[in-house]
Design a protein around this ligand. Structure first.
Ligand SMILES: [Zn+2]
Length: 236
């Protein structure tokens, strides 16, 4: 494996990727942010929602291909973001141990705001967490990420089908999924996708998000993660 840090120090990766035809926009941005040439930390965050999504897609392609570069996961980056963070996306996904956003998008420290709840269900507290980045520091992208074989959706579907209340606050999760359950006809994979789009639509109507979306400063998109292949596919 290439010693990426050494190459970055020499400026080879940063320069090469920025001009190389094969280089992705995402990797180029990471290469530039990884080693500021003038000793300061310029704001290289992608300016638009589409640029932010392109970086995530490219990182996911590396994850799928087993060519992940694990950017921004060293002490240099820790120091770089110690005083200030400027993540380029909010990823709102499930608690599932097989769906960690930083890994499946091949990102690192200071790159993403990550929110995780069972079946990415939402309430005012979670909405507030999602609002923070876009409203306070202009984060341009929110990705709601459902995933294959979601255990929370499966358990909710079973509970709703059998009219059996889940114990404790687990019943709250099933309650949040009841509309998706009805419209899916009980098909768990359909229910996962419907719920993901429902959460996207809910966030798009959010009072802090709607005006930013109208101005093109923010996009809220929905995607689906395949546990089998590692691929993230956009739904909406
Ligand atoms: Zn899940």
């Amino acid at each position: 494996m290439i010693n990426r840090r050494a190459l970055l120090r020499a400026g080879i990766v940063a320069g090469g990727l920025l001009t190389g035809a094969a280089a992705s926009a995402g990797t180029a941005v990471f290469a530039r942010t990884a080693r500021p040439s003038n000793g300061t930390a310029p704001d290289r965050r992608p300016a638009t929602p589409d640029q932010a999504w392109a970086i995530l897609r490219e990182g996911n392609r590396r994850w799928v291909d087993d060519t992940a570069t694990h950017p921004h996961q060293d002490a240099d980056r820790r120091r770089e973001v110690a005083q200030k963070q400027n993540p380029f996306a909010v990823v709102f996904s499930c608690i599932d141990s097989r769906v960690p956003p930083e890994l499946i998008f091949d990102t690192g420290l200071g790159d993403l705001f990550v929110i995780r709840t069972a079946a990415q269900t939402i309430d005012p507290l979670v909405t507030g967490a999602a609002e923070y980045g876009p409203a306070e520091i202009g984060t341009p992208l929110v990705v709601v990420l459902g995933h294959q074989r979601c255990g929370a959706v499966t358990a909710a579907a079973k509970s709703l089908h059998g009219h059996e209340k889940l114990p404790g606050e687990l019943s709250t999760i099933a309650y949040a999924l009841r509309s998706a359950y009805t419209r899916s006809g009980g098909d768990v994979d359909k229910m996962i996708r419907i719920n993901t789009v429902d959460v996207v639509n809910q966030l798009r109507r959010d009072k802090l998000f709607a005006p930013r979306i109208a101005k093109g400063e923010l996009k809220v998109i929905g995607a689906y993660y395949s546990i089998d292949t590692g691929t993230v596919t956009r739904l909406v």
